[in-house]
Ligand binder design. Structure first.
Ligand code: URP
Ligand code: ZN
Ligand code: ZN
Length: 476
């Protein structure tokens, strides 16, 4: 099966050119100048499918390295299964996700890893890899880290928040970091000071402050800055590379930038919610349907920050200057009905998470349309760097011979209006309701197969395969 994508502008992280892309089977065979006779005088006639990409961008499929499909959390399960979540991702131009295998205290790491394989195998629309969450760091978990690296699970997330659920103390963090330094894994950190936050949460509840907005007010940026600094110092002593997930505060960015300036392998991602949304406008929202509980739609940790503190502007700046390296979604959807509603009487009981896996590429493209990011940087932060950061580059994140045929034909003249009425995530509301995008995902190929055609899903459950990842290719 040969496919030729003709006449489009092929965009990489370093440039753009009008070119034709030939895909043979599952992989890219050639990137050719228009009219090239290199592979014969009538290439179009010799292939099975021709996709006309004139007037459109041809970009490497999105790589979203932070999702939680079906995650058991907050007394319920994230509402997207691997089937529904990866299908929505595909429609939105993402062709690879890296999902988090979850270990709760007393759970065996390898049992959980096998369970995640059972959940995902045969259900995914796109390719997928795994990170491992560690919440019970003792000898067996540390030994399991070595086994998982050999299995292609080469990154591990630890938490400084969620006491009694995920939180590791500094000694446990140090031990896991040392193991990562030994086996080459990339350590990932949820940086918020959970002990202090727990006191603030209890004080708010005692004072009768139970609305969703207090979720934000009890998790101040100082606690993200402090934890970020502490983790960097611990990683420095353990000599391990460190990657911060879902960075939301400008002060955390400053810590990451300072460490990078010193030459450390310290990295950070942010997410669309921290780039566009705020504590006041979302967590503090009111609606006819939900009253002050409307803000529950955006309860996630770290929380949306105050728009008056200037985080949003600094996050965009940091993305441009590579103080932050990429944008993931932290896709962790919970419906308002029956799920977010668990926290009707107290914000502390609202399941934490926002669903965005379908919209990441569009929301970042909008930054190109409005002049915040170059087209090349957009490709870099949505595809190329996530692939490099997590050991997938060469196969994913780039349009070049030998790479998987994971390609998005993006229409800059198209238009997308985001709405729960039209999205494909298994979610009864949209955190992005009414957002307008000056572009549209037109066609998506996953390993050479067209899975989205003119915005319509035409793939099949089980198209996606597990990706055994290598070590990070981003270290300096
Ligand atoms: O609120 C969030 N971020 N939920 C998902 C779990 C996590 O910490 O990433
Ligand atoms: Zn987290
Ligand atoms: Zn997460």
């Amino acid at each position: 099966m040969k496919t030729l994508i003709t006449g489009g502008t092929v965009v990489s992280s370093t440039g753009r050119a009008t070119a034709d892309v030939l895909i043979d089977g599952e992989t890219i065979a050639a990137v050719l100048e228009p009219g090239s006779q290199l592979l014969g005088s009538d290439l179009k006639a010799s292939v099975d499918t021709v996709i006309d990409a004139s007037g459109k961008y041809v970009i490497p499929g999105g790589v979203d390295p932070h999702t939680h499909m079906e995650m058991p959390f907050g007394g319920t399960n994230a509402s997207d299964t691997f089937e529904t979540g990866t299908r929505a991702a595909a429609i939105g131009g993402t062709t690879t996700i890296i999902d988090f295998v979850t270990q709760y205290p007393d759970q065996n790491v390898l049992d959980q890893y096998h369970l995640w394989h059972e959940k995902a195998a045969g259900n995914c629309a796109i390719d997928y890899g795994f990170h491992q969450i560690l919440s019970d760091i003792q000898d067996a978990s540390l030994t399991a880290m070595d086994e998982l690296v050999n299995e292609g699970v080469t990154s591990f997330k630890l938490f400084m928040a969620y006491k009694g659920v995920f939180l590791s103390d500094d000694g446990q963090i140090f031990r896991a970091f040392q193991k990562g330094a030994e086996n080459g894994a990339l350590m990932m950190m949820h940086a918020e000071n959970g002990s202090v936050i727990d006191v603030l949460v209890q004080q708010a509840i005692t004072a009768g402050n139970t609305d969703p907005v207090y979720h934000g007010l009890t998790r101040p940026w100082q606690m993200e800055e402090e934890a970020t600094h502490r983790a960097i110092m611990i990683a420095d002593v353990a000599r391990t590379p460190l990657y911060f997930v879902h960075v939301s505060a400008k002060q955390a960015v400053e810590q990451i930038a300072a460490a990078r300036h010193r030459g450390s392998n310290v990295f950070g991602e942010t997410c669309p919610q921290y780039l566009y949304l705020s504590l006041e406008d979302q967590l503090g929202a009111h609606s006819d349907q939900w009253g002050d509980f409307e803000g529950a739609k955006w309860v996630a940790s770290p929380p949306l920050r105050s728009k008056h503190e200037g985080h949003i502007e600094e996050l965009w700046r940091a993305l441009r200057t590579n103080e932050l390296q990429l944008v993931s979604t932290d896709h962790c959807p919970f419906c308002m009905n029956d799920q977010k509603e668990l926290g009707r009487t107290s914000f502390a009981k609202i399941p934490n998470g926002i669903g965005t896996v379908e919209h990441r590429v569009d929301l970042l493209y909008q930054a190109v349309a409005t002049g915040k990011l170059s087209l090349e940087r957009f490709v870099e932060i949505t595809s190329t760097t996530p692939a490099r950061m997590f050991g997938l580059y060469g196969r994913k994140g780039v349009i070049q011979p030998g790479a998987d045929g994971d390609i998005v034909v993006y229409d800059p003249n198209g238009h997308t209006t985001i709405s729960a009425a039209t999205h494909h995530m298994n979610l009864d509301y949209s955190a992005w309701e009414g957002f307008e995008i000056d572009g549209r995902v037109h066609t998506v190929l996953s390993r050479g197969k067209v899975i989205v055609d003119d915005g319509r899903y035409v793939g099949a459950r089980g198209d996606g395969v597990f990706l055994k990842r290598g070590l990070s290719q981003y270290l300096v």
